[in-house]
Design a protein around this ligand. Structure first.
Ligand code: DC
Length: 222
């Protein structure tokens, strides 16, 4: 295992942009584990359609379907078989399905080796919900990024608008609340702050300030 900087936190806490910038600054690779879960959900949406209740699919059925999937993560781009689905997985519909499907043990087990193999090959900044607790419990550095509900909803709203998605602020807020509930209350690898993760509330911090804090912390304890 190379050096891993593991970053967890809820939706909209700023993990992706911070992780990318920290990785660039340190010459590490960036691993967006949410993108892997989204790739699986994208496939399931294609197979079962958007009216399917994904929480109700039996594990056996999911397992069978997973054996047909090939997901590749390369330089921040995600491929399902040979199709580059990096932008397609940002659709809010995929986000909702992902939040439901990521609670499934069989899917988490399927994606675990992909994440660890990546970190076997590269010094990595890995972000997600269970980086510090389950996937990389022995990570070199651990962080938990947080922000108030309102700030996170505002960020999500602006992010989706910039991607050309039609959404109201109230919808973004509801989406964040539902995800918080599902991601932190599920049985399998729930989002929790591990004891040894350094906590940063980004609500009132500029992006540059967050980067500075993370880099300082990384350098301090090296
Ligand atoms: O970070 P994101 O918004 O792309 O994540 C999408 C969903 O995937 C989110 O609802 C939680 C889930 N996820 C997870 O369960 N574990 C991870 N390591 C990363 C994401």
């Amino acid at each position: 295992m190379k050096k891993v900087i593991a970053i967890d936190g809820p939706s909209g806490a700023g993990k992706s942009s911070v992780s990318k910038a920290v990785a660039k600054e340190l010459g590490f690779y960036y691993l967006d584990t949410g993108a892997l879960y989204r790739a699986v959900a994208y496939h399931f949406l294609k197979i079962f359609g958007s009216n399917k209740d994904f929480t109700a699919i039996p594990e056996e059925e999911i397992k069978k379907e997973l054996s047909n999937i090939k997901i590749i993560y390369d330089k921040g781009e995600v491929y399902l078989f040979s199709e580059n689905i990096t932008n397609l997985i940002r659709d809010p519909l995929v986000g909702t399905a992902t939040s439901q499907l990521s609670a499934k043990k069989v899917i988490r087990e399927f994606l675990l080796p992909l994440q660890r193999e990546f970190a076997e090959r590269h010094n990595t900044v890995a972000e997600g919900r269970d980086m510090t607790t389950v996937v990389f419990p022995d990570a070199w550095k651990k962080f938990y990024l947080d922000a108030s509900l309102e700030v996170r909803a505002k960020r999500r709203y602006e992010q989706l608008l910039s991607l050309g998605k039609e959404i109201t602020f109230d919808e973004a807020l509801r989406d964040i609340c539902e995800r918080d509930e599902r991601d932190s209350k599920r049985e399998e690898s729930p989002l929790i702050k591990s004891k040894d993760a350094f906590y940063i509330d980004t609500s009132n911090l500029s992006f540059d300030d967050v980067i500075k804090i993370v880099l300082k912390k990384v350098a301090e304890e090296s």
